[in-house]
Design a binder for this molecule. Structure first.
Ligand SMILES: NC(=O)C1=CN([C@@H]2O[C@H](COP(=O)(O)OP(=O)(O)OC[C@H]3O[C@@H](n4cnc5c(N)ncnc54)[C@H](OP(=O)(O)O)[C@@H]3O)[C@@H](O)[C@H]2O)C=CC1
Ligand SMILES: O=C1OC[C@@H](O)[C@H](O)[C@H]1O
Length: 398
């Protein structure tokens, strides 16, 4: 255990909606509980575009600041601009709807702040590329908060598939995410084109990331881009994509991926991602955006499956936006608790370590991943003639 003082990063939270509450709440969990000795987090400011009172209420009631920490309270700002003038703020977590990411991240970078921005990074790839250029020119850290990239369970799946080759040669992967919102009106950010609504950008990005993690990043594919066919069914009222499906051919790896996303019917299968190889299958259990277990079923022969073996990962405390302390457990008849826990940085810890080490992007989720993801989503939208209003598609290079 290291005895040196942890590197403390000072966060500003930009927007006070649903995910901001989860992310900020996770920042307040004592890093010692996850054996992270080298980094810690402080929230120094919260900004709401609605009012300073809303930012204050976020601090007092959503974060239950007084109950959770004795550390000095963050400053509550009634506008994003005001918060970005605060010299105490080192890095900003951007949690506005997709439509606003590009403009908000530009604002942060122009104010000299490092940035961690929610997924999807922007509306289109050109906007992402512009943000990357600006961040690099200003020597500022920038990262898309595609949090599953930092989960130990995801890294363990990659290790098993790509290094240990537990399934042998990979053949195909199926991944999906369907959700159902009871009271989703046309104004809801998921249905509203003005807010970048639609299944692909909000939900499809997860099954797409599972395809990239498994088939695209399979060493035998040598990171060759897939050829893609896609199909989209638009929402009858707002015109955003309600159901979106992709077939991805990875020629180099000789694998095929299929993915589907929608915001009307929930994925009921507990297993949202299925990867099949010559020796058997690996399924990842719900949820695609917060996986906690996977099952490997090796084949006895071409027709018969062997006994499934499940590995579970714990996410003790918090929502899991910064870290996971995990223990491997083999379930079913082989219930074995493996000795030793290990802690792996998750997205917020990864940001802190990058700032501490003077890095401008995160090793586990470099900006090239975000550009590539946006390019694929652009391609799918173009083939379905799915356009957002020009006000949110525009790129403002000077
Ligand atoms: N990583 C993950 O697991 C998740 C990521 N997300 C991502 O986070 C982002 C935000 O999602 P979520 O928190 O669910 O959204 P919410 O609608 O709950 O919150 C968005 C917040 O953005 C601010 N805002 C600024 N301008 C607008 C506007 N014109 N309309 C609406 N809100 C506005 C508001 O905060 P204020 O008034 O304080 O400025 C609002 O509370 C999305 O891009 C989504 O993809 C969402 C859920 C889970
Ligand atoms: O990132 C997300 O994960 C969970 C979904 O319900 C949500 O809409 C999405 O933004």
């Amino acid at each position: 255990m290291s005895t040196s003082r942890p590197y403390t990063v000072r966060w500003g939270i930009l927007a006070t909606g649903g995910i901001a509450k989860k992310f900020a709440g996770d920042l307040l969990v004592d890093p010692a509980t996850r054996d992270a000795q080298d980094v810690s987090h402080q929230i120094v400011a919260v900004a709401s575009s609605s009012s300073a009172e809303r930012a204050q209420a976020f601090i007092e009631s959503d974060l239950e600041w007084a109950a959770k920490t004795k550390v000095g309270k963050p400053h509550a700002y009634g506008s994003y601009e005001e918060m970005l003038k605060d010299e105490q703020v080192q890095i900003v977590y951007v949690a506005t709807p997709h439509s606003h990411h590009y403009a908000n991240v530009l604002q942060c970078l122009d104010a000299g702040k490092h940035v961690c921005c929610e997924k999807p990074f922007t509306i289109n790839a050109e906007q992402t590329k512009h943000l990357v250029d600006v961040a690099r020119s200003k020597k500022l850290f920038l990262m898309e908060a595609m949090w599953i990239r930092f989960f130990p369970i995801v890294r363990e799946i990659q290790r098993l598939l790509h290094e240990e080759k537990v399934l042998g040669k990979l053949h195909r992967a199926h991944s999906e995410l369907g959700v159902h919102f009871d009271n989703a009106t046309p104004e809801h950010r998921l249905l509203n084109p003005e807010l970048g609504g639609g299944a692909l950008l909000d939900l499809g990005i997860y099954p797409l990331t599972w395809q990239l993690l498994t088939l695209f990043e399979d060493p035998s594919n040598e990171r060759q881009a897939p050829s893609i066919t896609s199909n989209v069914l638009k929402h009858p009222v707002t015109g955003v994509d309600e159901f979106t499906s992709l077939i991805l051919n990875f020629e180099k790896g000789h694998t095929q991926g299929m993915l589907t996303a929608n915001f009307t019917v929930r994925t009921h299968s507990q297993q949202h991602t299925l990867i099949q190889g010559e020796k058997g299958d690996l399924t990842v259990h719900w949820a695609p955006f917060r996986p906690t277990a996977f099952t490997i079923t090796l084949r006895k022969n071409s027709d018969e499956l062997g006994e499934p073996r499940t590995t579970e990962f714990d996410i003790p405390g918090g929502h899991g936006m910064f870290w996971v302390r995990s223990e491997l457990v083999l379930c079913h008849t082989h219930r074995v608790r493996l000795t030793g826990t290990y802690c792996i940085p998750q997205e917020a810890d990864a940001c802190s370590r990058a700032l501490r080490d003077g890095k401008l992007e995160a090793d586990l989720h470099p900006l090239s991943n975000s550009i590539f993801t946006m390019e694929i989503m652009d391609q799918v939208r173009a083939s379905a003639n799915l356009k957002y209003p020009e006000s949110i598609e525009a790129v403002h290079r000077s």
